[in-house]
Every structure is written in structure tokens, then in C-alpha cells.
Design a binder for this molecule. Structure first.
Ligand SMILES: Cc1cc2nc3c(=O)[nH]c(=O)nc-3n(C[C@H](O)[C@H](O)[C@H](O)COP(=O)(O)OP(=O)(O)OC[C@H]3O[C@@H](n4cnc5c(N)ncnc54)[C@H](O)[C@@H]3O)c2cc1C
Length: 303
């Protein structure tokens, strides 16, 4: 069925996610950038849906698992290099904090915002990872272009405009296209090493104060509400801090974060998310929009 490609069956996915919940992949592969196009073409030809996993820090895998092929790139696509004086290129599996440190070591500022985001370049580009405050920076501020593999195995380079980056969204997410690598601009060599060090340390310290970084979470559960107070404010004012469903609980430290404990299920997380949505709507008339993705439900592409 898979020819020469190394594809394993029934691989548990929970350990590959930061919430540490969810079922298994029917098929699972860690292809390198050269194998990936052929593997996708093979799945496409057989009508097998394909799902992508980076660090699993922005998604919830269903308890029933995934009836398709899961492509995981966190170990097999990890090369990063300076391509030119003002350009760095990183493969899909490069951790965002590694990209931040790589650029800092070149003496370039502007990537400090990535130091505390535990995702990969692939996952970061498709959801335009970043911060609204205090550093106010997103992937869209630094990306130049990306090489993608289409579901049928064909390769394309997309400009920043074609990637269509918006707040926690892109034209690529859940379409079946895979971000193979991306190129980023290097433009601030003036600020200096001390400035970079201070910004990085300050940012990490702020995160430790405000976010439950020693718990199993997926960062912000919901996107920021367009106008008005922060999303966490609505959740907190609805009295939901500490609200629990099974092994999932709304964090006491940051109301927009959900923590899981050992034994939690994806159903616990989903039910808690539904409870938060319903409570905030009934109290404030505000419809929260999920930032975390549901796998497999959110995939819009079908072979
Ligand atoms: C402690 C913590 C702090 C966080 N802080 C922030 C923050 O400050 N800002 C922020 O924006 N996010 C934050 N997040 C969320 C998360 O880290 C980011 O959204 C990150 O970009 C997700 O990357 P990932 O590799 O984990 O993607 P995953 O969760 O593995 O996947 C996310 C989506 O991208 C798709 N995908 C993954 N790789 C590829 C690829 N190569 N090609 C195509 N599609 C792909 C997946 O199918 C899925 O739809 C935080 C999470 C945690 C746990």
C-alpha cells in the first residue's frame, strides 16, 4: 500500500501534543522533505486523507483518533540556515524558539516574540503565530515566502501575499497543502545583542508570570475578541476560572488557557470548551472563536 515509504500503523498521537490527549493515527509517517511529495501523491491517489502535525501545541486530536495518514515533521525537517545576508530559511519542523535563537545569534533583532511559542515553523506559518501584546509581532511581520507541497505531491513557492496571513489564520490552514520550508527576512542588525538579550529575557519572564507554563495546555484556547476586553476577561467574569470537566480545567492563572491532567480525554476538553462558549455567550452575548484546531474535524480538504 505504501511501497518503499516508512509508514507505521496505529500510532498513539497524545504524546505528540501538548495537551497529551487524543487517540491514534491509522497511518503515521515522518518523511524527509524529499520523500514527502511522493508520499502525499500516493495517499492522494488512494483517496486517503492526510493530516499534518507539528509540535501539536495548537490542536486537539479526537479520542477516536484519525482515520487517515498523519504526517509528522518535527524530527525529519529540522534544517535552518542563513541563505543570504538578509534571509534565513527554516524547514517545517524547526521549533520557533530555535528560529528565535538562531536569528539572535546572527545579531539580528525582531524574532524575540517567538522565544516562548513552542510550535514549529510549519504550524507557526499556517496559523500566523505571534503576539498582540506586549511585543505586537506575528509571523506575517517576518516571513518572505514559503515552499509548499500540494496534496497531489506537486511543489510550489507561495509569496507572503499568497499565504494570506491574518490573525491566527492563513489561506493554507486545513486545505491539505503542506508547508515544507519558509524564508524569513533579517533586517534589524542595528539594535544590538544586549537589546535582544533584554527583550528576550523580559518577554519570557512576563510569560512565566501570566501563563501556566508548567501545565499541559495548548496556549490560548480562543482567539481574541475583536473589540473590547481580552477574551480571558470574558471567561473570568463568567466565573469560569477553575471550571472542570473530567481531567480538563480552565486555568486559574489565565482564563483563556485550558489545562489537562493525566487521564483527561479529548472529550473532556471539547465539553469544557463548549461550556465556556455557552456561558460567555449567555452572559455577554459574545461568540468566542476557537483558536485551537480539532483534528480530524477541521480538515476541509478531501482527496
Ligand atoms: C505554552 C504555549 C504557549 C503558546 N503561546 C502562543 C503565542 O504566544 N502565540 C501563538 O500564536 N500561539 C501560541 N501557542 C500555540 C501554538 O504554539 C502555536 O499556534 C504554534 O504556531 C503551533 O505550531 P505547532 O507546530 O504546534 O502546530 P500544530 O499544533 O501541530 O498544528 C497546528 C495546525 O497547523 C497545521 N500544520 C502543522 N504543521 C504544518 C505544516 N508543515 N504544513 C501545513 N499545516 C501544518 C496542523 O495540521 C494544524 O492545523 C502556544 C502554545 C503553548 C502550548
Amino acid at each position: 500500500m505504501w511501497g518503499d515509504y516508512v509508514v507505521r500503523a496505529k500510532v498513539p498521537l497524545a504524546p505528540f501534543t501538548t495537551w497529551k490527549v487524543g487517540g491514534s493515527a491509522r497511518w503515521y509517517a515522518e518523511p524527509d522533505p524529499y520523500e514527502l511529495p511522493g508520499l502525499l501523491a500516493k495517499a492522494f491517489a488512494q483517496g486517503i486523507p492526510v493530516y499534518y502535525l507539528g509540535r501539536g501545541s495548537n490542536l486537539l486530536v479526537d479520542d477516536d483518533g484519525i482515520d487517515g495518514l498523519v504526517v509528522h515533521c518535527w524530527k525529519s525537517m529540522c534544517s535552518i540556515r542563513r541563505l543570504a545576508e538578509n534571509c534565513v530559511e527554516a524547514e517545517a519542523g524547526v521549533p520557533l524558539p530555535k528560529l528565535s535563537r538562531f536569528v539572535a545569534d546572527l545579531g539580528c533583532s525582531g524574532y524575540e516574540f517567538l522565544i516562548g511559542i513552542p510550535g514549529t515553523v510549519g504550524g507557526g506559518v499556517v496559523i500566523n503565530a505571534g503576539l498582540r501584546s506586549p511585543l505586537r509581532r506575528e509571523i506575517s511581520d517576518v516571513i518572505l515566502e514559503a515552499d509548499i507541497v500540494e496534496p497531489d505531491g506537486s511543489l510550489r513557492t507561495l509569496s507572503k501575499e499568497e499565504i494570506g496571513l491574518r490573525y491566527r489564520h492563513s489561506s493554507i490552514i486545513n486545505t491539505g497543502s503542506f508547508i515544507l520550508r519558509a524564508r524569513f527576512t533579517l533586517d534589524d542588525f542595528e539594535s544590538g545583542a544586549e537589546h535582544i538579550r533584554r527583550r528576550t529575557a523580559h518577554h519570557l519572564q512576563e510569560r512565566r508570570q501570566k501563563q501556566p507554563l508548567n501545565r499541559s495546555t495548548a496556549g490560548s484556547t480562543f482567539k481574541q475578541v475583536r473589540a473590547g476586553p481580552a477574551t480571558g476577561w470574558y471567561i473570568e467574569k463568567s466565573g469560569l476560572k477553575g471550571c472542570r470537566v473530567g481531567g480538563a480545567v480552565v486555568s486559574q492563572k489565565h482564563a483563556n488557557w485550558i489545562e489537562t491532567s493525566p487521564g483527561a480525554t479529548a472529550a473532556d476538553v471539547r465539553n469544557l470548551i463548549a461550556t465556556v462558549e455557552a456561558e460567555v455567550f449567555s452572559r455577554f452575548g459574545v461568540r468566542l472563536v476557537r483558536e485551537v484546531g480539532y483534528l480530524p474535524q477541521d480538515l476541509v480538504f478531501r482527496a
